[in-house]
Design a protein around this ligand. Structure first.
Ligand code: ZN
Ligand code: ZN
Length: 367
């Protein structure tokens, strides 16, 4: 069981991974990666804040002097990280290079701003490479505490979906409904609202539609995909499809096929199978019902401190699922100009199967 402050151990695992990778240091600027490694969720701004971990497990963090109190409040030094700060007139890169010393094969976190990555390359005089799997493989396999946090997030977003009848009705715009949903996401215990999709009628054919001023009509399917981040730092993401009245007969037929595809993929997913095979299970059922061309995205994505992270449930990804993986299973169909649908659950792998973090009805809910 992991301690309350897991950061020391995470830094040690990253150091071991850097070594195994043949690199000697990794640089990490503010991002989910930095929060995961230190608990410090600094904003990614123009001034340099950066963590360095070398292959021997030694670590440094440089922050602007004005942010030093904030870094200290996050107990950075207690995890064995040497804290440095730079004043407004100093060159932070030169100062950092002086502290960290010679490096020959530096890695940078994938979401580092290019500007900062190039300055690091110049200051250390070595070509940078992307951290890629060094960080994502560690973050993708969640501990018991992280899995519990994802299930807590799942319960919170479920409570929002179960109140949909209070807001979603014909005559209101998607934006009005979206505002009510956003308020409810915060009331349900989330710290932030990350996205609210209310896609009515033909808008449902665009998977990443957000909200618009379109007035929701009677008997129209409405795709509602919502998520936020909990105070724990872990994210929720769940889609249900609703109809105010009675959906067209053909649509109900398609929806039944989608529900079958989603259920089959959830029943199939477990440790030991590949990510791509979960996608295939859902996709084959939709193909059998003539909907193959209308399922235009992968079946799912990993989730944790970011809504989208590894592992991706997509054709071509032969990665094997293991205990601790957390990801979405969200097949859909999108018929341009007409309508669309998606059913999305977050699931987490236990030793032999999966646990579902979302448990509201997956039926086409008539309001
Ligand atoms: Zn999703
Ligand atoms: Zn979603």
């Amino acid at each position: 069981m992991e301690s309350v402050n897991p950061y020391k151990e995470r830094i040690a695992r990253v150091a071991a991974s850097i070594k195994a990778n043949g690199s000697d240091v990794i640089f990490v600027t503010p991002s989910a990666d930095l929060t995961y490694l230190t608990g410090y969720s600094a904003l990614p701004l123009e001034r340099l804040t950066c963590l360095a971990i070398n292959a021997d497990g030694k670590s440094w963090m440089i922050v602007p002097t004005l942010e030093r109190p904030s870094a200290e409040a996050h107990d950075i030094e207690q995890y064995g990280i040497e804290l440095l700060d730079w004043s407004e007139t100093e060159n932070p890169y030169a100062k950092f290079a002086n502290a960290v010393g010679q490096v020959s094969k530096p890695l940078v976190n994938n979401l580092m701003w290019v500007e900062k990555a190039l300055h690091i390359q110049d200051a250390f005089g070595s070509s940078i490479e992307l951290a890629n799997k060094v960080l994502s493989d560690i973050r993708a396999v969640k501990t018991g505490q992280e899995i519990a946090a994802l299930h807590e997030a799942g319960r919170a977003i479920d409570s929002v979906h179960s109140q949909m009848a209070s807001w979603l009705r014909p005559g209101r715009t998607e934006r009005e409904v979206g505002r009510d949903i956003a308020d409810a996401i915060l009331q349900s215990g989330h710290a932030t609202v990350d996205f609210v999709i209310v896609a009515s009628g033909p808008n449902g054919a665009s998977p990443h539609h957000e909200v618009s001023d379109r007035v929701i009509g009677a008997n129209e399917p409405v795709v509602v995909d919502i998520g936020g981040t909990m105070p724990s730092g872990y994210c929720s993401d769940s889609t249900r499809t609703y109809v105010c009245g009675q959906a067209p007969k053909k649509y109900v037929e398609y929806y039944d096929a989608l529900a079958e595809a989603q259920r089959a993929a959830v029943e199939y997913a477990r440790p030991g199978v590949t990510c791509e095979s979960v996608d295939t299970v859902a996709r084959n059922i939709l193909k059998d019902h003539g909907l193959g061309d209308y399922f235009i995205h992968r079946t799912g994505h990993g989730i944790g401190m970011e809504t989208h992270e590894e592992p991706y449930i997509v054709s071509g990804n032969r990665q094997i699922l293991v205990e601790g993986h957390a990801f979405s299973i969200e097949p859909g169909f999108y018929i341009p100009g007409k309508y669309g649908a998606r059913i999305e659950d977050i699931v987490t792998c236990n030793a032999t199967g999966i646990d579902n973090a979302n448990n509201t009805s997956r039926d086409l809910v008539s309001l």
